[in-house]
Design a protein around this ligand. Structure first.
Ligand SMILES: [Fe+2]
Length: 162
């Protein structure tokens, strides 16, 4: 039954996109996260990706994640860890790349999957993320030193869907 709840929540957030689109924070060269739905079992976050924005290499902690592209496009690079867990520096191997375009749905069902996301285009990109459970702590890997650390997910804005 939980999958039905996820689908309904994503449909609701996607269906009302034009209502909140203009209220999502925009920061040059960066991405922003606005939480729309905050429930014990899952949350839905709307992201704006400015042109040139790029995430760190990261996992999703203990959460599974579904991504729905609303507008624009994103490049995703996937990595596999070749060194033992919890050791630094982390040895990584790139395992693939994909481009997400408006209407595409991507998912991260293995919480420890490592990836990096960027918007190399000249237009802003909007995406919806559903995290189950709500994402709290997750791992980022410095692309230069390859050292990993745990960080806490933050929202730039809380904008509950009424
Ligand atoms: Fe991610």
């Amino acid at each position: 039954m939980e999958n039905d709840d996820f689908v309904l929540a994503m449909e609701r957030a996607a269906g009302r996109f034009q209502e909140y689109r203009a209220r999502l924070p925009v920061i040059p060269y960066a991405y922003t996260r606005t939480r729309l739905i905050d429930l014990p079992d899952f949350e839905v976050v709307a992201m704006h990706w400015a042109p040139g924005s790029i995430s760190p290499i990261h996992d999703h902690g203990l959460s599974r994640c579904w991504v729905l592209l609303m507008e624009g496009s994103l490049e995703v690079e996937n990595f596999e860890r070749e060194s033992a867990p919890d050791t630094n520096p982390v040895e990584l191997r790139e395992t693939g790349r994909l481009t997400l375009r408006a209407g595409d749905l991507d998912h991260r069902l293995g919480p420890s999957e490592l990836h990096r996301v960027c918007n190399p285009s000249r237009e802003g990109t909007y995406s919806l993320q559903l995290y189950a459970r709500p994402i709290d702590e997750y791992r980022v890997i410095d692309e230069h030193t390859r050292h990993s650390r745990i960080v806490r997910a933050i929202s730039d804005l809380e904008l509950p869907l009424q």
